[in-house]
Design a protein around this ligand. Structure first.
Ligand code: XBP
Ligand code: MG
Length: 253
């Protein structure tokens, strides 16, 4: 699925794909924020499985309020504060170091580097959540930094809209045929496919039973994506900084 030489960058979804953050961090963080706000709300894992069909934590809160028969617009400011509190709790949970990267993640990123292939991040989560995951769970693995990072704040439409993937390709200076994606959800799969990329699905805690017909391959673990990489020859990395795009990098020959 990952073809070194043709695919210059592999774009990873974050929640569920790089780490099981939904059940281990986002869900408990939401419930702590509900307690802080005195809302009397509590989401079970089964509630959350349904609620995850809406991407974006704030959008998920608005939808839940509407489902309860409340006026989401009247609650908008309160829910904005609840969402900020949720992300603060998320950061605190990540600081505990108890949410590791999924098995095989480090090996896969290192194998990509050895095959002259960059990696990037395309997520609809908030930038602060990505930063917390990076600093507390990923950077300690001593891996190359991602060549591009697109988060929820960077787009006007979240997955399954392809905007986040299209923005990542634009920042990298790549055509869709030069990249591929790894996702765990149907919304993510559709977003990457609509942007024109092949997609590998790695099954995760909350989305394992979704329909993945449009995927090139469906695996249980990231390590299953390794074999075709290890067979490839090693070449020199050509990832260079892009002058005008912050921390993102352009992939040029
Ligand atoms: C991730 C999400 C996010 C997180 C919460 O989707 O849907 O909304 O659940 O993050 P994906 P925020 O893995 O497809 O990127 O609260 O920061 O939105
Ligand atoms: Mg995901």
């Amino acid at each position: 699925m990952i073809i070194p030489g043709r695919h210059r960058c592999v774009l990873f979804d974050v929640d569920g794909t790089i780490a099981e953050t939904e059940g281990r961090a986002h869900l408990p963080a939401f419930n702590r924020a509900f307690d802080d706000a005195g809302l009397g709300w509590r989401w079970s894992a089964e509630d959350y499985r349904q609620l995850l069909k809406t991407t974006g934590g704030f959008e998920r809160l608005l939808r839940f309020a509407a489902q309860r028969g409340e006026d989401p617009e009247a609650l908008r400011d309160t829910l904005r504060q609840v969402h900020h509190a949720k992300n603060r709790h998320f950061a605190q949970i990540m600081r505990s170091g108890e949410v590791p990267a999924r098995a095989g993640f480090r090996s896969l990123v290192m194998a990509l580097a050895l095959n002259n292939t960059a990696w990037g991040v395309v997520t609809t989560t908030s930038r602060a959540n990505w930063d917390a995951l990076w600093h507390h769970s990923l950077a300690p693995l001593v891996i190359p930094e991602p060549a591009v990072i697109v988060c929820g704040e960077d787009v006007s439409a979240k997955k399954p809209d392809p905007e986040a993937y299209e923005l990542a390709l634009t920042r990298l200076g790549l055509a869709a045929s030069q990249a591929c994606a790894i996702e765990d959800s149907r919304n993510g799969l559709l977003a990457a496919r609509l942007a024109g990329m092949p997609v590998a699905i790695v099954k995760s805690e909350f989305f394992a039973d979704e329909r993945f017909d449009e995927a090139t391959v469906v695996v249980d673990e990231l390590s299953e994506l390794l074999p075709n990489l290890e067979a490839s020859r090693w070449t020199r990395s050509v990832v260079r900084p892009r002058r005008h795009a912050g921390t993102d990098h352009s992939l040029t020959d």
